[in-house]
Design a protein around this ligand. Structure first.
Ligand code: ZN
Length: 79
């Protein structure tokens, strides 16, 4: 994995010519591609779990949905 503050390539055009463009109210960095102009709130990877997903999982846990079921639904590892 690359360092947290590295700038991954643009998901749209693959350019690494990205600028930091503030952050969301969740304190996640936003980036903007200087080549294609596309903005990214967060670079998701297969291992990345969004706050939304975490919130969903929390809610499911409260509703006694099993971790195995959650894992199956979200493809998130139980680890
Ligand atoms: Zn781009």
């Amino acid at each position: 994995m690359s360092p947290i503050d590295s700038r991954p390539p643009c998901l749209s055009c693959g350019s690494e010519n990205l600028v930091k463009n503030g952050s969301t109210h969740h304190k996640k960095p936003k980036f903007k591609c200087r080549d294609c102009g596309r903005q990214f709130v967060e670079f998701s990877t297969q291992k990345y779990i969004s706050d939304e997903t975490k919130a969903l999982i929390d809610r499911w846990l409260l509703e006694k949905i099993s971790l195995a079921e959650i894992s199956r639904i979200t493809n998130v590892s139980r680890d």
